[in-house]
Design a protein around this ligand. Sequence first.
Ligand code: IPE
Ligand code: IPE
Ligand code: MG
Length: 233
Amino acid sequence: MKRIKLPTHIGFIMDGNGRWAKRRFRPRAYGHRMGVQNMFKICSHAFHMGIRIVTVYALSTENLSRPKEELDELFELFRTYFSKKKERMYELNVKINVIGDLSVLPADVRDSMLQLMEETAHLTSGLLNLCINYGSRQEIIRAVNSAVSYGRFVDENSFKELLMTGGLPDPDFIIRTGGEVRLSNFLMYQAAYSELYFSNKMWPAFSRRDLQKAIENYSARDRRFGNIREEKQ
Ligand code: IPE
Ligand code: IPE
Ligand code: MG
């Protein structure tokens, strides 16, 4: 049997919570709660499969313009649900890193995110990047401004270091659920050579089996990076 080639770094654009709930005649907040639950389920499965880095898009910079009630519900989930899942991270030995501009979030949300990072900082088997109030354009502009403030020119390597993903390898594979075929300001610089996968399943319904299928699809792809030979296995 052919060996499955796993991505080292996988990204999830977890879209479709609201529509999933609406189809069930439930409020959007219910969709978000089930979405966060599914996030931990799918991420755990990814780590079990042997994927080392998972980056999830939980809230975009642009999402901050949603109605206050929806944001409050999301913040409540970030505050409570994430810290409840700490034990799970210990079991998996996975460190959590929050990426995005936390400065404009309510102070208690920011504090609970910082606490989560601190409490998992020593875990070494995997890394879960939570993108909260994250936007790729804002990230790039921030990186450019820091280069300017240091008064230095950048090359690809030094520029990468200035991004919020720092020294991490680029995502090999990005999965977007919810049926839309766009990046919506997610890791646009880092995704230059990422393999993209779009699923019509709404995020709360995206299952372990769906992830398995997506990985099999990834594994069969030929990544050429502009060259003419097949990637070496
Ligand atoms: C994704 O689900 C989660 C966030 C953006 C916070 P949506 O809330 O965008 O769900 P849909 O796309 O409206 O169904
Ligand atoms: C992308 O979903 C952001 C997240 C999943 C966090 P959106 O629902 O915000 O994307 P658009 O508005 O459909 O592009
Ligand atoms: Mg959406």
